[in-house]
Ligand binder design. Sequence first.
Ligand code: PGA
Length: 252
Amino acid sequence: MFVAGNWKMHTDHRAASRLASEVVRLTEPDARVVDVVVCPPAVWLEAVREQVRNSRVTLGAQNVFPGETGAFTGEVSPLMLKGVGCTYVIVGHSERRQYFNESDAFVGEKVKQVMKHEMTPILCVGESLEERDADNAETVVGRQLTGGLGGVSLKHGNQLVVAYEPVWAIGTGRTASPEQAQAMHAFIRENLIARFGAEYNVPILYGGSVKPDNATDLFSQPDIDGGLIGGASLDAESFAAIVRAAADSARR
Ligand code: PGA
């Protein structure tokens, strides 16, 4: 099982350090059976790295530019993220697609750059409410997988993580039902097997209003391998409770 916290554009320097150290402390027993990742804002990566050093909690970034160096004012490259200690990079989050017009092709370039620098992309996919209501959810997610993973090949399963995050469930308090999520996860699983072969066990996370009180039901679904947590990751106790639910599911 795998649980990542996406802190988005929250925390200041002190709050980020404190949250990271609390996450380390509270997830300590469960981080033996769950991959626990924190993704702070880029400017706090170094401070958070100091807090997670010597623990099982690993570091992820929320975004990356698909190029190594150059005249790209304001951007952060995979080399820089690798240098500061990132193991994971969230790529193609719906907020990036929606507010910064990131296309499937651009997201695909990011995936390749992250892998080239031996970090693991957490590729986010998910349909909007209109797309779901029009019965287009699988078409949209299939297209996002093709855009994000075209030309990608795997040598082992932990080179890639996929997160299914229905846009209508992010930050809305309206989570997909475990059955709705499972159905899409099974579709994604089939797509990944067709693409890469059955030997790679790519974790498929669910994201969108995961809280301590719904995590157990979601994580008990056969194709849900963990969660990408936004709001609830800003509270160390809530995040640790979600990690505990994942650990309980892994131990069953
Ligand atoms: P949420 O965000 O848990 O606040 O819904 C999830 C995400 O956007 O990764």
